[in-house]
Design a protein around this ligand. Sequence first.
Ligand SMILES: *[C@@H]1O[C@H](CO)[C@@H](O)[C@H](O)[C@H]1NC(C)=O
Ligand SMILES: *[C@@H]1O[C@H](CO)[C@@H](O)[C@H](O)[C@H]1NC(C)=O
Length: 316
Amino acid sequence: MASKPRRKKPYKKPNNISIPSPSFTFSYKKVSVFVSLVMIFGVIFLLGISSNILSGVASVPKLYSVQVINEFPHDPSAFTQGLLYAGNGTLYESTGLYGRSSVRRVALHTGKVEALQKMDDSYFGEGLTYFEQRLFQVTWLTKTGFIYDPNNLSKVLQIGKFTHGMEDGWGLATNGKVLFGSDGTSALYQLDPQTLKVIGKQIVRYNGHEVHNLNELEFVNDEIWANVWQTDCIARISLKDGAVLGWILLPNLRKGLIAAGHNGIDVLNGIAWDDIDNRLFVTGKLWPKLYEIKLHPVKKHFDTGVIEQLCIPPRS
Ligand SMILES: *[C@@H]1O[C@H](CO)[C@@H](O)[C@H](O)[C@H]1NC(C)=O
Ligand SMILES: *[C@@H]1O[C@H](CO)[C@@H](O)[C@H](O)[C@H]1NC(C)=O
């Protein structure tokens, strides 16, 4: 590319250069001015191209495949709804299903449930997050949530129960300042951690489509990452405008488990981020394994509509 503007120029100008002596100095000047201009425009042109490329890359959502770094055991009877890494090899997990809902502390490496608080049978556990030494949990089809002491998982006295401002309780996450919540719609909420009132709301969109069924959430490097229910996709969501910045495609994890004979498993659900060692963990409902994964950008071109088909289920 760099040679193009320069090469074009000498081809055009031989006539001027061969003009006899009186005007020679003048036309030599002309030529050198022209050469300079061409070079300047060439540089501007190249800068233009590269800035187009850069802004193009920044605005087109990226696609990522995953590489499994480690596999850890996971309780295959845990209908995972909320997952977080609390440091020191410890995960906290919230599970669903009526009669089987719980909050638990789990050892990462062994998958051993070290502490478990069973929920009342009338509640179906959903998203979980850790904020200021407390665990916050929401529940399905209600606006009721619970606050637990992370050491013994007992409900915190007096303030152990709350009512939140979302339509339903699906996912929870935090950046240490506000809580982020999902309710199965395309809305990503910001909640006041003291009152649980909605203080902000963004509609999550990809290519003009609303992304419904936002489920388990994780705050990762100033983005919210969300499992999209009933897909093998995780959306990387911008907190500026709710735009999907990228899709993490994980069908190989679920398909690998099924191929290994784990036919009873449910969907991918549960993202945990270790912000000390930059480790990413994922699992699913009734999955016998929890994976540590790394992302790799996908270079392959997908035809129009393919990502929508994979990652954006119709509104439920
Ligand atoms: C980390 O885990 C170990 C083993 O479970 C425990 O003995 C230790 O107290 C924990 N440290 C912190 C800071 O929680
Ligand atoms: C749980 O631990 C807290 C302190 O972290 C304590 O106040 C509370 O009484 C404990 N609950 C139970 C049931 O042991």
